[in-house]
Design a protein around this ligand. Structure first.
Ligand code: NAI
Length: 471
């Protein structure tokens, strides 16, 4: 078998790259070890977590928020089996969708683990079948990432686990301890809190969501506390263990986890979610056989065309530098293939949005206030609260605000930070504006339909020039 391009990994980095390569006339192949295509994102990440976030939010809405709308509901209860079934159905449909797209675009799919065995040579290994060697003119590594481990906290396949486990707990935990107040910890912590668990989030740093604009993260912190999430900031986790042995895989009644935190009482709980970040998947890829170099953090080093230190071998997504986000990987995959075929390809790293799908959502793009201060860039700031937005009031979702940061001299938008209803959708306007090098005045002069949440962005842009109309 011989291909123009062999992609290792069928996640949100690899599969769009395969489709784009086929569109551009390459004979493309994709090796994926899991049965289902779509990667962590579709199988055990973005998609199933969003399904559960949506379901659990509907529960909160029904239990607490409908009252305000004059709707009385009695006897609300959770059918966790059905909730999980719906989630699994969505994953199945989407992974099947990637299969369909591969067939439609004539991308060859190899089922198994891909390993580079020399320049232009990749072996596909799968249990129960003979290894198969394929020839590749070019190789693209898109193998993603896996959960980072923490000393003393060893996932036991049941009580102490990762986000994958937390997407399928068989029952609502009584007390879930989440280690790490990042994207995963806050999203999955929210899911189980809404479904009835007591949730304690342990964060090593003195704040949540490190890296995010701190004013926005502080506001989120207050809202999450109001929702009942318990936080211990500055908490150094020393270890976690399970007490109460299992008998032949069955769970013993009363088995519990003990989480040791430096300088504090140990915490007793029935489940632990480890979410302290992710690390690139580079083990077992045979990188040494071709001289692909890694940086000090184990990421594959690439140039601006995603070329590694080895000729004709490329890498994108979570295995290289940058935020570990599905859309970043997808854009890189497409750009890499376009470079390869046309000589041109482009990813604008200044406009990669990041979204935390909590309630309210948090969405950001561009620079935070801290980053601008550190870089000594003078900026003006426009803020508008959803409290003063008519549509947010109609939705009964008035928490949060929009913040626009614009260059003090040129008015060019440098960063937009939103916490509030549908922030993840609203940020798209800011991303597009920044992509076009817009000024805050450009947004201020753009007609925004009334009554919509997007008017909050309009008003924040007006506020940059101290001329918001509704505050
Ligand atoms: P993260 O990097 O977002 O957050 C990890 C958190 O753990 C940080 O707050 C960090 O300070 C804390 N931490 C690190 N070591 C610790 C320790 N020893 N004790 C206590 N806290 C500690 O990582 P997370 O949440 O695991 O997510 C992994 C990746 O997946 C992220 O890079 C994120 O970009 C991506 N992701 C994106 C989502 C989205 O786009 N909505 C959703 C879920 C994940």
């Amino acid at each position: 078998m011989k291909h123009d391009l062999v992609i290792i990994g069928g996640g949100p980095g690899g599969y769009p790259a395969a489709i784009r390569a086929a569109q551009l006339g390459l004979n493309a192949a994709c090796i994926e070890k899991e049965n289902q295509l779509g990667g962590t994102c579709v199988r055990v990440g973005c998609i199933p977590s969003k399904a559960l976030l949506e379901s659990s939010e509907k529960l909160v809405e029904t239990q607490h928020d409908l009252k305000a709308h004059g709707i009385k509901v009695n006897g609300v209860s959770v059918d966790l089996t059905q909730m999980m079934k719906r989630k699994d159905g969505i994953v199945k449909a989407l992974t099947g969708g990637v299969d369909f797209l591969f067939k439609k675009n004539k991308v060859t799919r190899y089922k198994g683990t891909g390993r580079i065995v020399g320049p232009g040579r990749v072996v596909v290994e799968s249990e129960g079948t003979e290894p198969q060697e394929i020839e590749a003119e070019n190789i693209l590594i898109a193998t993603g990432s896996k959960t980072a481990q923490l000393k003393g906290v060893v996932p036991d396949g049941d009580r102490i686990g990762t986000s994958t486990d937390a997407l399928s707990y068989p029952e609502v935990p009584k007390h879930l301890v989440v280690i790490g107040a990042g994207y995963i910890g806050l999203e999955l912590g929210s899911v189980w809190k809404r479904l009835g668990a007591q949730v304690t989030v342990l964060e090593y740093l003195p704040r949540i969501l490190p890296g995010m604009d701190s004013e926005t993260a502080d506001e989120a912190f207050k809202i999450f506390q109001k929702q009942g999430l318990k936080f211990q900031l500055g908490a150094k986790v020393l270890g976690a263990r399970v007490e109460g042995a299992r008998v032949e895989g069955a769970r013993v009644e009363g088995a519990e986890c003990i989480v040791e935190v430096e300088g504090a009482e140990p915490i007793r709980c029935d489940r632990v979610l480890l979410s302290v970040g992710r690390v690139p998947n580079t083990d077992g890829l045979g990188l040494e056989t071709v001289g692909v170099q890694l940086d000090e953090r184990g990421r594959i080093t690439v140039d601006e065309k995603f070329q590694t230190s080895a000729p004709n071998i490329y890498a994108i997504g979570d295995v290289i530098v940058g935020p570990m986000l599905a859309h970043k990987a997808s854009e890189e995959g497409v750009a890499c293939v376009e470079h390869l075929v046309t000589g041109y390809g482009h990813v604008n790293y200044d406009t990669i949005p990041g979204i935390v799908y909590t309630q309210p959502e948090i969405a950001t793009v561009g620079k935070s206030e801290e980053q601008l201060k550190d870089a000594g860039i003078e900026y003006r700031k426009g803020v508008f609260p959803f409290q003063a937005n008519g549509r947010a009031r109609a939705l009964n979702q008035t928490e949060g605000r929009v913040k626009i940061l614009a260059d003090a001299a040129t008015d060019r938008i440098l960063g937009v930070h939103i916490i509030g209803p549908r922030a993840g959708d609203l940020i798209a306007e800011a991303v597009a504006a920044m992509e076009f090098g817009a000024s805050s005045e450009d947004i201020a002069r753009t007609v925004h339909a009334h009554p919509t949440l997007s008017e909050a962005l309009h008003e924040a842009a007006l506020a940059v020039d101290s001329r918001a109309l509704h505050i």
